[in-house]
Design a protein around this ligand. Structure first.
Ligand code: Z5A
Length: 206
């Protein structure tokens, strides 16, 4: 039996990594085999592209190069890890996917959304997540939480208006794709966030 594809989205520091751990434990307690992965990254080459994307090495990173590198990493990830795992019956839990490119490079940087969707369709055709959990919080909250963790990478060094556009982009996507998106208020206590996540996982499992 084929597995499922669950993605978790939201701006930085909203709790994606923390809740992926929770989702994995929750599914495993129901005898489901899971695979946790992330974007950019997930395979050796995609992780190398991640390093290129999150540092500057003293060079300007053209926005088009950034956009194409995210999709190049995704192509390795989809073909070498995500598709094979789903075909083997795993529930793949992925920290970000193409919705992140629409939110960050589209709504954040200003690339045409239709162009991004076209490249996405070249990279993963019609493949879409079965469930996308959007952890939503005001940009300041996520930035504060992320700052507490220490140094900021290249993508974390934008000003607040960029993260506000990203947040609005995500909320727009959620309203356009109600069939797979659920939006959870990530500014509430972690326990409440996880109660809501468990509810949506139960719906997916029925
Ligand atoms: N990016 C892009 O531009 N385009 C793309 O197509 C893709 C990505 C795929 C990847 O960074 C960067 O690439 C990202 C988007 C861009 N850049 N930004 N900015 P990443 O994957 O390394 O990092 P991130 O996605 O920004 O996530 P993060 O910073 O690691 O945060 P998180 O995983 O969402 O949060 P966390 O580490 O689970 O939690 C942060 C802290 O908050 C931690 O101490 C938790 O204990 C705490 N926490 C979590 N939940 C709560 C609640 N509910 N209450 C209180 N405290 C909490």
């Amino acid at each position: 039996m084929a597995g499922k594809f669950i993605t978790i989205e939201g701006s930085e520091g909203v709790g994606k990594s923390t809740n992926i751990e929770f989702i994995s434990k929750y599914l495993k307690s129901r005898d489901i085999t899971t695979l946790e992965t992330r974007e950019p990254g997930g395979t050796k080459i995609a992780e190398e592209i991640r390093q290129l994307l999150l540092t500057t090495k003293g060079e300007t990173v053209p926005e088009i190069a950034e956009l194409l590198l995210f999709f190049a990493a995704r192509s390795f990830h989809v073909e070498n890890l995500i598709k094979p795992a789903i075909n083997q019956g795993h529930y793949v839990i992925c920290d970000r996917f193409s919705d992140a490119t629409v939110a960050y490079q589209g709504y954040g940087r200003g690339f045409n959304i239709q162009d991004i969707n076209t490249i996405a369709s070249w990279v993963h055709e019609k493949m879409q997540p079965d469930l996308t959990i959007l952890l939503d919080a005001p940009a300041e909250i996520g930035m504060q939480r992320a700052k507490q963790r220490g140094t900021m990478d290249r993508m974390e060094s934008e000003d607040i208006s960029f993260y506000e556009r990203v947040r609005n982009g995500y909320l727009t996507l959620a309203s356009e794709h109600k069939e797979r998106f659920v939006v959870i208020d990530a500014s509430q206590a972690l326990k409440s966030v996880q109660t809501e996540i468990a509810f949506h996982l139960d719906v997916l499992l029925t």
